[in-house]
Ligand binder design. Structure first.
Ligand code: NCD
Length: 317
């Protein structure tokens, strides 16, 4: 991974993913301590360029970089020269000319970071490209599942909601199947593409929540991505909730130790009830916390390298 950036989960081997997860485990205990700042990336500069809204991913990448001692600059499309008609490639070439060590970017066009990576030497980290991939989200999801389950192999993971427009669903599909988990996708028929079933014999789809949840070890709920579809064709919150909103009674069909996940932002009363979102087996905030450890691991492996001396474990405070 060193120097190459991180564009997606699809091109990574299970071994490479495991290496990132192992390094993230190392950074996990750091999150709850005071005096968390390390100097692994001291003197490095990371630019965060967000062409789409973000709360979790952007903050978490920034905190991860800062906890490793890097300097960070954050730009959103609003307020930058993108407003003045500059092309994506010209903006990226301009930023690359300032010699950052990496550019973290989110863009609404699927493939935007892959296109740029062909022209720029600066490593690019994909923080979400259109409906395509969101690699660090799938990595933090895997880390969160492994906090609760001994292994991904053999797990049944139900991914429910707007699958068609979800980069989170796609990156999770790649990661989970590389590690031998089975995935069942569920949602309203127009939002669950038929092609997904051709991906692997371990991938199925259903339009019935009860069927998806039966015996599930992990239930991952997804938001309806209004910004990527005709808003007039999206059902009302109450109509959607009636058929595809996760409620406490659904959980009876899942395994007794099943966990509930959601990449956020959550819409209570649309895809998830408040009781489930705040339920003791809801791992939603653990996902957020693990996001920092995973992004520290990715930045460390990318910029400091695998051969770099593992950072000193900071003393417990
Ligand atoms: C997701 C995204 O932006 O793809 N959120 C996230 O990064 N945590 C999912 C979403 O927006 O629904």
């Amino acid at each position: 991974m060193r120097g190459k950036g991180l564009l997606g989960i699809e091109p990574l081997t299970a071994e490479e993913i495991q290496k990132i997860l192992d390094r993230a485990r190392f950074y996990q205990p750091l999150q709850a301590r005071t005096g968390r700042k390390l100097d692994t990336l001291r003197g490095r500069t990371i630019i965060h360029l967000f062409y789409e809204s973000s709360t979790r991913t952007r903050t978490s990448f920034e905190i991860a970089a800062k906890r490793l001692g890097a300097d960070t600059v954050t730009l959103s499309a609003k307020g930058s020269s993108v407003d003045k008609g500059e092309s994506l490639l010209d903006t990226l070439n301009t930023l690359a000319a300032m010699r950052p060590d990496a550019i973290v970017m989110r863009h609404s066009a699927s493939g935007a970071p892959h296109f740029l990576a062909r022209y720029l030497e600066t490593p690019i980290l994909n923080a979400g490209d259109g409906t395509h991939e969101h690699p660090t989200q799938a990595l933090l999801d895997a880390l969160t599942i492994l906090d609760h389950k001994p292994s991904l192999a053999g797990l049944r993971v139900a991914i429910i909601g707007d699958i068609a427009h979800s980069r989170v669903a796609r990156s999770n599909l790649h990661l989970l199947t590389k590690f031998g988990a089975s995935v069942v996708f569920c949602g309203p028929p127009p939002l669950v593409p038929r092609e997904l079933e051709c991906f692997s014999p371990n991938v199925t789809r259903t339009f019935r929540m009860e069927e998806a949840i039966t015996d599930a070890d992990v239930i991952m709920m997804l938001r309806v991505q209004f910004e990527r579809q005709n808003p007039h064709r999206v059902p009302s919150a109450s109509e959607y909730f009636r058929f595809y909103g996760l409620r406490l009674e659904h959980l009876r069909a899942a395994r007794p130790d099943a966990i509930v996940m959601h990449p956020g932002p959550i819409n209570r009363g649309r895809e998830i009830s408040s009781e489930v979102a705040d339920f003791p087996r809801s791992a939603i905030l653990n996902q957020v916390e693990n996001g920092i450890a995973v992004r520290m691991a990715v930045l460390d492996l990318l910029l400091a390298g695998e051969s770099a001396k593992p950072p000193e474990r900071p003393p417990a405070s």
